[in-house]
Design a protein around this ligand. Structure first.
Ligand SMILES: Nc1nc2c(ncn2[C@@H]2O[C@H](COP(=O)(O)OP(=O)(O)OP(=O)(O)O)[C@@H](O)[C@H]2O)c(=O)[nH]1
Ligand SMILES: [Mg+2]
Length: 212
């Protein structure tokens, strides 16, 4: 049966929020899940949140893992990268080193998942601190093009683009899930080889840069 006529159950996805210490991962998550702003800085060990969202008329349950940015807790990384289906890679526009850390995080995701085509959104947080900007928008956009992953500038403080980054990630995870369902529906003899399918999916994605 074509997928559009099929009953669509509520999907559940594991989202992992990654990035250097202090870039605002917990604040972005708290704004998205609870609509609250946290002024103080309390480094995270690991927190998880469960939230139900309606995305384009479809019910989605997100299990969001807010991870630790500081080095002493990174041993758990491989474990949660394995179970993650979508990743927010967060840096602060006021910190060059936090931007540079993203490369290593993505390499780790690809290594652990053994897949280059994982739903990712790049988030340049603290966009309200424009006067302290240390990462050129053009540099972040170049990374977004190279990875074929959307880039958003966001602010947990002003709640700018907070919903948007999570919703974009949800859409990517839903698309990926749907395309896997479709390929499962095809008879085995017609099924394209997995690498070909991955290449086509990658081609279909567009680079996007969403700023304030
Ligand atoms: N101006 C501004 N400050 C922010 C923003 N997001 C977070 N902060 C502040 O930055 C500090 C760190 O924020 P957290 O969300 O705790 O950072 P984190 O990435 O979770 O840090 P770790 O848990 O140590 O990895 C806090 O004092 C926040 O109030 C933002 O968008 N703008
Ligand atoms: Mg935190």
């Amino acid at each position: 049966m074509p997928s559009k006529f099929r009953y669509q159950p509520c999907r559940e996805f594991n989202v992992v929020v990654l990035g250097a210490g202090g870039v605002g991962k917990s604040c972005l998550t708290a704004q998205f899940v609870h609509n609250e702003w946290i002024e103080s800085y309390d480094p995270t060990i690991e927190d998880s949140y469960r939230t139900q969202q309606s995305i384009d008329g479809r019910q989605v349950v997100l299990e969001i893992l807010d991870t630790a940015g500081t080095e002493q807790f990174v041993a758990m990384r491989d474990l949660y990268m394995k179970s993650g289906q979508g990743f927010l890679l967060v840096f602060s526009i006021t910190s060059k080193s936090s931007f540079e850390e993203l490369e290593m995080l993505r390499d780790d995701i690809i290594r652990v998942k053994d897949d280059e085509d994982i739903p990712i959104v790049i988030v340049g947080n603290k966009a309200d601190l424009e006067d302290q900007r240390a990462v050129d928008r053009a540099k972040a956009f170049a990374l977004s093009q190279r990875w074929h992953a959307p880039y958003y500038e966001a602010s947990a403080r002003t709640r700018t683009n907070v919903d948007e980054v999570f919703i974009d990630l949800c859409r990517q995870m839903l698309r990926r899930d749907d395309s896997h369902d479709d390929s499962r529906d095809e008879p085995t003899s017609n099924r394209a080889d997995e690498w070909g399918a991955k290449r086509r999916r990658r081609k279909k994605r567009k680079e996007r840069c969403i700023i304030l």
